[in-house]
Write a protein that binds this ligand. Structure first.
Ligand code: AVJ
Length: 322
């Protein structure tokens, strides 16, 4: 389906898991350690709040990563080659890719996102900003399936994953995801991926506890969603945001902590919370370059180059499918 205004921009809706928010919440809250997967943060308000997180000074990733793309765009483009099919799972507002498009000049760009309205707007804006670009937007849950719209032309496939999205996966999931990417791009395809590095605990914890409380709102928005979409009755005042670095597991953990003993009803089901009990909402794994290299290699990739900042906060890797 093409959009009315720009024939080079098409939108393909694979209707990602319509029922699964309810199932994930009811199952996740029935567990001994309550949890809800982070992909459910991203309704329209959640996607907007995430954009706001990217503006917070404490959240160093966007600034550092942006500078790396600006400084090394030519090197990256050289490795990717002209007329590639550039695929971005979890594309959000498509902001990062814009730093590279003029240099890479791909034959096609395939943004993938679970949030349809957001994806639609981002694709149209991108089409307007880059009139030469062919955009094939795919609305899907990339943690579930990585598929290309049939209309996407042939060409060398390169997957682009900025922003350290890989951090949300635990080790077996990350392994599986990289393997899926390797299957999608094939031998001779490529992967350009930004991965957050292990670093000082205080720096990490500040990044997920910004002073303006935007990350807290982003986390708590999950409860707003449950109230709105699943007839929940969470009292937002009775839960608080918590984020800390679990050094042993090499990950930031985000939780929603019950401020008191209470019960909450969702869709007619009642859930009990003890005072201080948590709903685990997100993990964000951090990788040493060596750790990431080993992980990618096991999935069929060979690291060609890594770019990092002077503070060694963040790494961008280019890898070949082998
Ligand atoms: C989108 C997974 C990369 O882990 O840093 C940011 C999400 N959560 N602040 C991250 C997030 C809270 C982000 N990733």
């Amino acid at each position: 389906m093409t959009t009315a205004t720009n024939p080079k921009v098409s939108f393909h809706d694979y209707q990602p898991e319509l029922e699964s928010f309810r199932a994930a919440v009811l199952l996740g809250l029935a567990r001994e350690h309550k949890q809800i997967p982070p992909k459910f943060f991203y309704d329209e308000r959640g996607s907007q709040l995430f954009e706001d997180i990217l503006e917070q000074a404490e959240y160093y990733i966007p600034t550092v990563e942006k500078r790396l793309y600006q400084e090394h765009a030519a090197d990256m483009a050289q490795l990717i080659g002209r007329d590639a099919v550039l695929i971005e799972p979890g594309s959000g507002s498509c902001e990062k890719v814009q730093l590279l498009l003029e240099t890479i000049r791909p034959a096609a760009y395939v943004p993938m996102d679970i949030s349809g309205d957001f994806l639609r707007k981002a694709s149209c804006d991108l089409g307007a900003a880059f009139p030469w670009l062919h955009v094939y937007a795919a609305c899907l849950d990339f943690t579930h399936e990585l598929r290309l719209p049939a209309a996407v032309p042939e060409g060398r496939r390169v997957v682009f994953i900025p922003g350290s999205s890989l951090g949300n996966f635990d080790l077996p999931e990350a392994q599986h995801f990289l393997f899926q990417i390797r299957q999608l791009v094939g031998k001779g395809g490529g992967l350009l991926i930004g991965v957050d590095r292990k670093k000082d605990k205080a720096v990490l914890e500040r990044a997920y506890n910004d002073a303006a409380g935007v990350t807290a709102d982003f986390n708590l928005n999950l409860l707003v969603r449950i109230n709105q979409e699943l007839e929940g009755n969470f009292d937002l005042e009775a839960f608080r945001h918590e984020a800390f670095y679990n050094e042993q597991l090499g990950r930031i953990e985000m939780h929603l902590i019950s401020r008191k003993a209470q019960t909450v009803s969702i869709d007619g089901e009642v859930f009990r919370f003890a005072e201080g009990e948590s709903i685990h909402t997100e993990n964000s794994y951090k990788y040493h370059p060596q750790e990431f290299g080993t992980l990618a290699q096991a999935a069929g990739f060979q690291s060609r180059q890594m770019w990092t900042d002077a503070g060694q906060l963040f790494g961008i890797y280019y890898l070949d499918g082998i």
